[in-house]
Structure formats: C-alpha cells, structure tokens
Design a binder for this molecule. Structure first.
Ligand code: AMP
Ligand code: ZN
Length: 447
C-alpha cells in the first residue's frame, strides 16, 4: 500500500484513487523561457519516481503536464531575444524534452502548452464571472478572494492576512500579500503582439489559469494527484484551487504532493539568483545525467538537498562502481523476494528513495547468486530508472590496441624484462585501463 504525504492534510495518507485502478495525475510543467536548471529538474525527477511508484503498485496512471508558454516571463524573454513567442518557447520546449529524456523521466501522456487552451481558459473565466466569483476592473478580470472563504487552506494562510479588495497583477508574488489575482490580463503595449481577442476582451490569461483549465479538460474534476515544487504551494496552487473549486463547486485535487528544493550554498537554485546549473553544464563537466538522477535519489524528496560538484562526483563514483559490478553478473533468473519486499516497502513509505538505495546496496553485497540479484535489480530499476539493463552482464570489450599492449606485457614478463613491463603498464593506464597481476595472470580493469 502506497503511503504519501498530502500537503492538504499535512499527513501521510494511504493513497487510493477515486476510480478503482486508474489514477489522474497532473504536474505543473516548466516555464519555457530558458533552459531548465537542475533545481527544476529535481522536481521533475521526484514526480517521475512518484509516477513509477504508482505504476509499480498496479495503478494505471494518466499523467498530464502543462508547458507555460505564455506569461510575464516568456513574453519578456522572447522580446529580448527578438523572436516570436511561439518560436522562442518552441526552442526551450524542445530543450526541456531532451533534458527529461536524458534523465530517464517518463514523458506524460500529454504535454499541454497553455496557448492551446485559450478557449478552455476563457470559458472558465466566464463561468466565474457568471457565478459572481470574478469581476472586471479596467479591462482585466480578477478572482474575488472575499467570495471564496476556503482561500489559503493549502498554504495555511490565516484569514486576517487577506487584504480584501487588494489586487495583484504579477504572475508571481509572495505569501505576505495575498490579493485578488488576475485571471485575464488586458493587453498593454508591453505585451506587443501577444494577445487573443476573446469575449473577455483583447488580452491574455494570467499564469494560474492554465492549470485549472487544462486539468479539468484532460482529467476531469476532482483528480487524484497534483504535484510540483514547494514554491508552487503559494500562490500558484492556492489560486488553482480557488478557480477550480469556485467554478465547478467540487473539490479540485485529492492529493497535493510537493517536492523540496535543490539548494546551492544553502540558497534556492533559481534563475533570478543566477546560481544555477543546467544539465548541459553538468554534461560539459563530463557527468552522465544519470549520475545526477542517482544523486537526487540519495535524498528524500521532502528534504532540501544542497548541491555541490563534490556530491555529484560521489554519486557518479557510486553509480559507475555499481555498473562495473553488474557487468560481471549472470543472466537474470528468478529473483530475491526478500529484497524486493524491502525495496517496495521503502518506496511505499512516502517514496523513501535513500532507503531504497540502501536496500539495493545490501542486495549487491548479499550472497545470492548474481542471476537472482540481476533479476531483482531490474525490478528495482523500473522505479529508479538508472539504466542497469545497459550494463548487466555486459563484460567490457577491451580495445584491440590495449589487448596488444597486454600481450606485449605478457611477453616482457616471461622474458623478465621488468622495465618494459612497467612501461607497458603505464601505456595501458594512459588508455584508461589498469592492470593487476594475479596468480591467474593479468587482470584488466577500466579505470
Ligand atoms: P518553473 O519553470 O519556474 O515554472 O518551475 C518548474 C518546476 O521547478 C516547478 O515545479 C518548481 O516548483 C520547480 N523548482 C523551481 N526551483 C526549484 C529548485 N531550486 N529546486 C527544486 N524545484 C524547483
Ligand atoms: Zn500549475
């Protein structure tokens, strides 16, 4: 039984979908105005583990992820780049899809770009206007917080913090100033060519609207799971709840699941702080993206993780070590039920990946035949997503040139030419291998 921490109840709860086996899951996708940074990617990896854990528990998951391709940031950045919004966001959408592929993040059933849901957003706003939950002011339309007494329940804002009648234009703002947020923004010259002419007037949607409109269109309401990083709890998710519940008179989301931040020098990694790495930056430094995925799995998703290149090196060493060990394993057969149970217990305990990795290493060190260990490791990898299948039983093919050096070295040693033998060892090492002399002969290892 999968247990998950629900931000709404502040408790770990047994997860049960509304329908028997089918789970509707929505995750807030990236704002496609730049490359994703590895902090963003931490959130997407956590959501991937969540989705894989649901599948491992026998649920069929329908996962929808939006792409924010129109908002304050995308408009501003596309203008600075002197590109149309469409071409500009298409470029970063493509880059994002490449990043998640490299991290073995399973794609959603559908990517939902906000600009393809303008009609649904407009209908939602009309619905709110009809119900008296929204109002127009100077050509823009705002959600009226005073009409929604439940506002703030996810972020646990106290009522007195709400300044009745205050309005906020920006897509993002802080917790100290909850206010009537904008649903539909009237066009201003700053928006340039970005606008839609609708019965709501010439303008564009506010950022929060897209997730409510896309979620109900693609998954219905209520849905089982909505996830994102903790920074989205306020105002984004709070506003989504207000819009969706006010419009349809029923609960929006049953389980709210939030992942903690990746930090750099104990500060949030953010584009605005200019303290970020992209996946490409890590690859340039010769890190396999999966070493980063491994690093993320060493921390619980609800704990902050302070990123350092040293910790990434540690993760890389651990993962490479594991890959080397399993190259020598036999073909997968049967499995080790004892470890499989421990592993799924860890995952089902609110996605405890550090514990799951500990189980993995105990399996590796155990006395089971390698064929059984291999079968179990492949089962683990359905959740971990670390590509073990690529290495399992694949004894490394030693390059011809290195084999030649090895043969020469055997000869040199037979002739007791130790100096030549040492020279050859050096050459072998320069080719990326190390050689050990054992009673059975030379043992070659990739270094
Ligand atoms: P954005 O592209 O800004 O809309 O963010 C995409 C996702 O990244 C959201 O789920 C955010 O909550 C998440 N996010 C932003 N910064 C970080 C961070 N430093 N660590 C983890 N997740 C983050
Ligand atoms: Zn969202």
């Amino acid at each position: 039984m999968l247990n998950l921490y629900n931000t709404l109840s502040h408790k770990i709860e047994k997860f049960q979908p509304l329908k028997k086996n089918a789970v509707g899951m929505y995750t807030c996708g990236p704002t496609v105005y730049n490359y994703a940074h590895i902090g963003n990617l931490r959130s997407f990896v956590f959501e991937d583990i969540l989705k894989r854990a649901l599948s491992a528990n026998g649920f069929r998951v329908k996962h929808i992820m939006n792409l924010t391709d129109v908002d304050d940031k995308t408009i501003k950045a596309s203008q600075a780049a002197k590109q149309t919004l469409k071409a500009f966001t298409a470029f970063y959408t493509h880059a994002f899809k490449k990043d998640i592929r490299k991290l073995n993040i399973l794609p959603p059933a559908k990517f939902a770009p906000a600009t393809r849901y303008i009609k649904q957003m407009m209908t939602l706003v009309q619905n709110l206007l009809k119900k008296g939950m929204a109002y127009e002011k100077n050509g823009s339309i705002y959600f009226c917080l005073a009409k929604f007494p439940n506002y703030g329940s996810l972020a646990r804002l106290s009522n007195q913090e709400l300044k009745i009648g205050a309005r906020v234009e920006a897509d993002n703002y802080d917790k100290d100033n909850p206010a009537d947020f904008v649903l539909w923004k009237k066009w201003t010259p700053k928006d340039g060519k970005v606008f839609w002419k609708t019965p709501l007037g010439k303008g564009r949607p506010g950022w929060h609207l897209e997730c409510s409109a896309i979620s109900v269109k693609e998954l219905g309401q209520p849905i089982d799971i909505h996830a994102g990083g903790v920074d989205l709890i306020f105002p984004h998710h709070e506003n989504e709840i207000a819009q969706s519940e006010a419009a349809f008179g029923k609960q929006f989301v049953r389980f709210w699941i939030h992942g903690e931040h990746l930090l750099v020098e104990n500060q949030k990694m953010a584009k605005s702080l200019n303290n970020f790495f992209t996946l490409q930056d890590l690859e340039t430094r010769d890190f396999n993206p999966l070493a980063f995925r491994y690093l993320l799995l060493t921390a619980h998703y609800r704990s902050k993780l302070n990123f350092t290149l040293e910790s990434l090196q540690g993760a890389r060493n651990a993962l490479n070590n594991l890959y080397e060990i399993i190259r020598a394993w036999d073909k997968p057969k049967i499995g080790c039920a004892e470890f499989e149970q421990k592993f799924i217990d860890a995952i089902n305990n609110d996605l405890n990946t550090p514990e799951a990795l500990a189980v993995l290493w105990n399996l590796v060190k155990s006395d089971y035949p390698t064929s059984a260990k291999a079968a179990t490791l492949l089962k683990f990898d359905k959740i971990l997503g670390l590509d073990f299948i690529k290495y399992l039983g694949k004894k490394e093919k030693i390059p011809v040139a290195v084999n030649k050096l090895l043969a020469e070295r055997v000869k040199a040693r037979q002739e007791k030419n130790w100096q030549r033998s040492d020279e050859l060892r050096k050459k072998i090492e320069e080719s990326g291998y190390s050689v050990e002399d054992t009673p059975q002969g030379q043992k070659i290892l990739k270094s």
